[in-house]
Design a protein around this ligand. Structure first.
Ligand SMILES: Cc1cc2nc3c(=O)[nH]c(=O)nc-3n(C[C@H](O)[C@H](O)[C@H](O)COP(=O)(O)OP(=O)(O)OC[C@H]3O[C@@H](n4cnc5c(N)ncnc54)[C@H](O)[C@@H]3O)c2cc1C
Length: 484
């Protein structure tokens, strides 16, 4: 009855084909890239413009129906996992590049525009959009904003949060909200910082203004081989300590290079225990000088081999291997679980050794391929969901990695967000005061709690259950649970 009433109300504003409720139509939306969590939504709504988004939000607010936004569904933390009694709001049809202003170096785009499409459109002006997730061919800018996505070039050019100037959105009640501006600073509270990375829990982004940067004249990449993972980790810290900020600084261990090479023919050194890809960009002179410095640092740090990309085709081939590492995991294992923790760079060697020890303990293999310069790890835990106990062991392995990241002074996510996947680890990362503050901000934007409920911010009750009454830095007394 509730579904029928909602479908009827939504169809007053959207054409019938844009409001789906049959399981065979909604099945395509049951999960995102974190496919071990699946849930059919009650309804899928596919608006084509902002007015329709407003109408959907107004209907849902009136009827008290949860709403989960979805871009391309490439998220890896279950952020776009539907709510069983909710509307899945697909934004892929809002895919227009509204304007590109080469003078101001900005692009104004709708949320369903693919990340790569922005750089493709800006290329004729000699400009590009810097944050480049490996999923950039498919993921949308709306999803990037919601997850504060990163990529290979974010070490030098910053994450999504550093490259977005303004967001226009629709609130939980269906009103327009304008955040940020084309100027570098705006008066008032910094709502932009709250919106970016808020995982669809504060408002629906309907128009985004991003910064464009001039395309560097030249770029070259050094591929350095190491006999052990620890010395590759130490080399990463040495690059930064030497005052170099490379355009990209990525690491792949041998399990990753061996999975990728037959798939992409990137030219990787398969005898190396780990390789680093270190890119320099700028003018031709800057690149030549920096590449020589990078090579010197690599050799001093114990690299057994250094190869500099000889031309643009070779540079792109080196990166193609890195960018295809996740899909390549599918060649060597029926299932893989991609983790996303961040650690201080100087802890890389220690943490990678601990992950190797966990492989033995959990009896599962792991490939490491990650944004080493940012200290952003992506261990890919390989498992077979059809074998009894392997999924559970993979999840326990992942949780142990995240909690190790916290222990060494890092965080439970670098770019993939918390979603449903890491909600328990939020209880380890944060204490009661921080979680209360998050909850207060959520309520200020969304008093009914309808936008992407049960994601990102755990209740203290959940934390107490997860941590056997331990929330953070000690025990949570029963008295503190009374409010729940
Ligand atoms: C092979 C592969 C490689 C990847 N590599 C990277 C990488 O290098 N770096 C990286 O950061 N991520 C990476 N990801 C993760 C993923 O691509 C990013 O998180 C991306 O930003 C998700 O975009 P999407 O359009 O698919 O969003 P979705 O998965 O559809 O949604 C993600 C979140 O955003 C919310 N959302 C979506 N649109 C809106 C909107 N308009 N308004 C408000 N909320 C919204 C959703 O509710 C959800 O919480 C990778 C994923 C895959 C599968």
């Amino acid at each position: 009855m509730r579904c029928e009433a909602a479908v009827a109300a939504l169809r007053e504003h959207l054409p019938a084909h844009a409001v789906l409720f049959d399981a065979e139509d909604t099945r395509a939306y049951e999960c995102d890239g974190l496919s071990n969590f699946r849930q059919l939504p009650m309804i899928v709504a596919l608006p084509e413009n902002e007015a329709q988004v407003m109408a959907v939000m107004r209907v849902c607010s009136r009827l008290g129906i949860p709403v989960v936004a979805r871009g391309a569904g490439t998220g890896l933390s279950g952020g776009a996992l539907p709510h069983p009694q909710g509307v899945l709001l697909g934004l892929a049809k809002l895919n227009r590049i509204v304007a590109i202003d080469p003078q101001e170096r900005i692009a104004v785009v709708q949320p369903g525009v693919r990340n790569l499409a922005i750089s493709e459109a800006a290329a004729r002006h000699g400009l590009f959009y810097a944050p480049d997730p490996s999923s950039q061919i498919a993921c949308t800018i709306g999803g990037n904003v919601a997850e504060n996505s990163g990529g290979v070039h974010c070490l030098k050019y910053g994450l999504t949060v550093h490259n977005v100037l303004a967001i226009r959105g629709v609130t939980a009640e269906g009103e327009i909200i304008e955040i940020g501006s084309r100027a570098l600073d705006t008066p008032g509270l910094d709502l932009m910082a709250l919106m970016i990375g808020s995982e669809g829990m504060l408002a629906i982004a309907t128009q985004i203004t991003v910064k464009l940067l001039p395309k560097p004249l030249a770029a070259r990449v050094v591929m350095a081989s190491f006999a052990d993972v620890e010395s590759a980790g130490a080399a990463v810290a040495s690059v930064i300590a030497d005052g170099i900020i490379p355009a990209g600084l990525e690491m792949m261990d041998q399990a990753a290079t061996r999975a990728v090479e037959p798939f992409v023919n990137a030219g990787y050194d398969l005898n190396a225990a780990a390789i680093l890809l270190v890119e320099s960009d700028g003018t031709h002179e800057e690149v030549e000088e920096e590449i020589a410095r990078i090579e010197a640092v690599m050799l001093r740090a114990g690299a057994t081999r250094c190869q500099v990309s000889a031309n643009e085709a070779e540079r792109l081939r080196f990166w193609a291997g890195r960018k295809n590492a996740f899909p390549a995991a599918g060649r060597v294992s029926p299932d893989y679980y991609c983790m996303d923790g961040t650690i201080p760079r100087h802890q890389l060697a220690t943490v990678l050794s601990s992950i190797a020890a966990m492989e033995t303990r959990h009896e599962l293999r792991c490939m490491n391929v990650f944004h080493a310069g940012d200290g952003n790890l992506h261990p890919l835990i390989l498992f077979d969901a059809n074998l009894p106990g392997q999924s559970e062991r993979a999840e326990a392995f992942g949780a142990e990695i995240l909690e190790l990241c916290i222990k060494v002074g890092g965080t439970i996510t670098g770019e993939h967000g918390v979603g449903i996947e890491k909600i328990d680890q939020m209880c380890v990362q944060f204490g009661r005061a921080e979680l209360d503050a998050f909850g207060g901000i959520k309520r200020a934007f969304d008093v009914q709690g309808l936008l992407n409920p049960e994601k990102l911010i755990p209740t203290l009750q959940r934390c107490a259950e997860y941590g056997r009454m331990r929330v953070h830095r000690g025990l949570l007394p029963f008295s503190e649970l009374e409010r729940f």
